[in-house]
Design a protein around this ligand. Structure first.
Ligand code: 4AD
Ligand code: MG
Length: 460
């Protein structure tokens, strides 16, 4: 007989004479004439209650079970007389898979997230983390659903790369050279002897390779791991994170924003429809405003404001910031949060940034000082999306490469897309973990990625 998932048992329409349910014991209680356990198998945040009478053959085994133990229960699904649940299982046979001793770290509820981060291998067995990772799974599905339904093709861009898309120098080196004794040429490590006969890195973005596919398949998206050796120990940065990067041929910056807005709304709507139990948990224990915040996303248009206007708003407000704002400086997190949380009170696109603070590939505007860049700032998280219209004019692109000190030889393949049948095109990158933070209300990126990698931290 096959096991039935707890989720399906809890949604049953009628009692069942014989079922098998398997999972891990969350709690156990004994009374004089019976014992009962709360069993969870991760299919839902909810547990199923299993009751065994002292005259049942299963009684001997249920007595042995402790919190964290795993077992299979055969029994009847019956209507529960107790409050809070419709169904319970009356066990007739229990098979023990593995016991967990009194040193099992998750004996009781209410451990701090800091403590649970230190046992990342066990934390998915808690309500909070199982909920976060079920939401993560559903959001991944809805990423593909959104793009596939709109005719975008999924492209797998390389993880090992020789280029630095963002030009921020936050690259992790990939090398098989002997770190203690590398071959030396003119006083420096000789990378011509390295595995790829050149210097290579983990990708900080799949965009440049994505662009080559957008100039062939028109609409594409990537969805993969991204690596940045950014030494910023914040609650919003991870050294390894996942990014979704659509690239849209023939689209300008406005169309880019339209797609980004529809994309974010689609994911929020999908989570509201398909992650009800988990989101209810988050709204109870993590963020009381969760549902109203998410509904506000689906129902209202996002704001759109130019960088110049945003700077003016920031200069005009009475709010005191740690960093001052001037045209030409990058917005700090405190500025981004003020714009989204206090001024607009909803997601806001900020577009047309000064070219001096943006990478080489962004399209120069007519004013000569800004580029067609866009960031989406959302309440609670700050920057969720970064994107731009791309520079499709070859002469301007060549000048940009030079201005950024980027050797043309290494980017000839990229320039070729402008040399042969160049088209206007745009795209953006959405940080997947930041999206999960936004949907769950969790405030730390370490709580929405299974095994977080941050400066000084690479457990497992
Ligand atoms: O703004 P970014 O750096 O943009 C790019 O990488 C472009 N190539 C995207 C494109 O146009 N195709 O990164 C995009 C998003 C950010 O808005 C943020 O949500 C997320 O990726 N992100 C991070 N998330 C977690 N940890 C980090 N260290 C992140 N760095 C960026
Ligand atoms: Mg950015």
């Amino acid at each position: 007989m096959k096991r039935t998932a707890v989720k399906d048992l809890l949604m049953a329409e009628a009692p069942k004479d014989e079922i098998i349910v398997k999972g891990w014991v969350r709690t156990k209680r004994d009374s004089k004439t019976f014992s009962f356990i709360e069993l969870n198998d991760g299919s839902t945040i909810n547990n199923i209650q299993v009751i065994v009478d002292d005259n049942s053959p299963a009684y001997e085994n249920i007595k042995k079970l402790s919190t964290g133990s795993s077992c299979a229960v055969k029994g009847k699904l019956v209507e529960s007389p107790g409050k809070g649940q419709k169904w319970e299982v009356h066990g007739t046979e229990i098979e023990i898979y593995g016991l967990a001793g009194s040193d099992y770290p998750l004996q009781k509820k209410g451990h701090s997230k800091e403590f649970l981060r230190e046992i990342a291998h066990l934390r998915p067995r808690t309500n909070l983390y199982s909920a976060a990772f079920r939401v993560r799974s559903r959001l991944a599905y809805s990423v593909h659903q959104f793009f596939q339904e709109r005719g975008f093709f999924y492209v797998n861009t390389p993880i090992i790369t020789a280029s630095d898309c963002e030009g921020a120098g936050e690259l992790f080196r990939v090398s098989t050279l002997n770190a203690e004794k590398p071959p030396i040429q003119e006083g420096k490590a000789d990378f011509s002897k390295d595995f790829f006969a050149k210097q290579t890195y983990l990708s900080v973005s799949g965009q440049l390779e994505g662009e080559t596919f957008a100039t062939a398949l028109s609409n594409i998206y990537t969805f993969g791991p991204t690596f940045r050796a950014e030494n910023s120990n914040t609650a919003r940065h991870a050294a390894e994170f996942w990014m979704i990067e659509p690239e849209i041929a023939f689209a300008d910056l406005d169309e880019n924003m339209d797609v980004a807005e529809a994309f974010v709304k689609h994911m929020v709507k999908d989570a509201l429809e398909n992650c009800k139990d988990d989101l209810s948990f988050f709204s109870k224990f993590v963020d009381k405003e969760l549902f109203s915040r998410l509904e506000n996303i689906v129902e209202n248009e996002f704001a759109r404001v130019s960088y110049r206007e945003a700077v003016e708003l920031l200069q005009k407000t009475d709010k005191k910031f740690e960093y001052s704002v001037d045209f030409g400086t990058d917005l700090q997190t405190e500025h981004e949060r003020w714009l989204a949380e206090e001024h607009f009170k909803k997601p806001v696109f900020v577009y047309n940034y000064p070219d001096s603070i943006k990478p080489f590939y962004m399209r120069k505007n007519e004013d000569g000082e800004t580029v067609a860049a866009v960031d989406l700032l959302v309440p609670g998280v700050g920057e969720l999306i970064g994107g731009s219209q791309r520079e499709e004019r070859m002469d301007v692109l060549l000048k940009n490469l030079e201005a950024h000190d980027i050797p043309l030889e290494e980017y000839q393949w990229y320039v070729d897309t402008r040399k042969y049948g160049s088209v206007p095109h745009s795209g953006f990158g959405l940080g997947f973990e930041r999206m999960i933070m936004f949907v769950t209300g969790l405030q730390n990126i370490r709580d929405v990625i299974p095994f977080p990698r941050t400066p000084g931290n690479c457990e497992y």
